[in-house]
Design a binder for this molecule. Structure first.
Ligand SMILES: [Zn+2]
Length: 259
């Protein structure tokens, strides 16, 4: 079965076999693609677990429902696999079942990310995003979290190579600063902003903020050097709190995340 039309001149073919026993042929082709004119917007992009990505323009890309359903099935199957006796027939069957869902999740995620990344790079000329090293400072062994790490990495790779084609630069913000707590309009730092607060009003300039959109706006401003560097000095503890990933009994944000 051919999943995609072959565009351009074929250069080479790679055949691969997945753990569930499917074969894939990927064909590398050469094709001239005209660069998009450099007249798009400059945006900040916040990557999350509940919503996959949020832009400073207020666009939110949720993880699709079907994708969350597959992740749930994956968790159940993995639990079953862990209960099967080593070396047993049932264990190999259970392993195959896990591999199949893994594959499905990966394919669904891939398709979804292709769509979003294409949309973002064709509409914008610069995307500022927090470097994954910074997000990665927050360790968490949960499945949802691990999957998110991989997903973000793949997604940023897509943004980069599509950005090259469409004329959109991906700019990494690699300093700590309180992007959620900082009012992107006036710079006021709302110290008491907890994870459960999704919207807040700046007491200083009265701006009304969606938490994630404000964070994305700050990412954009930071990479445009419109935020003084001294603000880029949150401690790792503040960072952990800001990203909201380390809570075991927290606000439930994580529990409702990728699951
Ligand atoms: Zn303000």
């Amino acid at each position: 079965m051919i999943h995609r039309k072959i565009l351009g001149t074929p250069k080479n073919v790679t055949i691969s076999k997945t753990p569930s026993g499917k074969y894939y042929a990927s064909i590398v082709t050469e094709q001239d693609i005209p660069h998009a004119p450099l007249n798009g917007d400059k945006i900040g992009l916040d990557l999350g677990i509940k919503e996959f990505a949020i832009t400073s323009k207020g666009e939110k890309f949720e993880n699709p429902r079907y994708f969350r359903a597959s992740l749930r099935r994956l968790k159940i199957r993995q639990r079953r696999l862990s209960r099967k006796a080593k070396g047993s027939n049932n264990r190999s069957k259970a392993r195959l079942a896990v591999a199949k869902i893994h594959e499905k999740v990966a394919n669904q995620r891939q398709d979804y990310q292709h769509k979003i990344s294409l949309k973002l790079v064709s509409e914008n000329q610069r995307i500022s995003v927090e470097s994954l090293n910074i997000k990665g400072m927050v360790k968490n062994r949960k499945l949802a979290r691990q999957i998110s790490d991989v997903a973000w990495g793949n997604f940023l790779t897509m943004l980069e190579y599509k950005g090259d084609i469409y004329g959109c630069e991906v700019h990494y913000v690699d300093r700590f600063f309180p992007s959620s707590k900082r009012c992107s309009n006036c710079g006021y730092i709302k110290q008491d902003l907890t994870l459960s607060i999704r919207e807040w009003k700046c007491p200083e300039c009265k701006s009304l903020w969606d938490r994630d959109v404000n964070a994305a706006l700050n990412l954009m401003l930071f990479s445009e050097s419109k935020i003084p560097l001294e603000e880029g000095k949150s401690t790792p503890d503040q960072l952990v709190e800001r990203l909201g990933m380390n809570r075991v009994t927290g606000s439930g944000q994580e529990a409702t995340g990728a699951a």
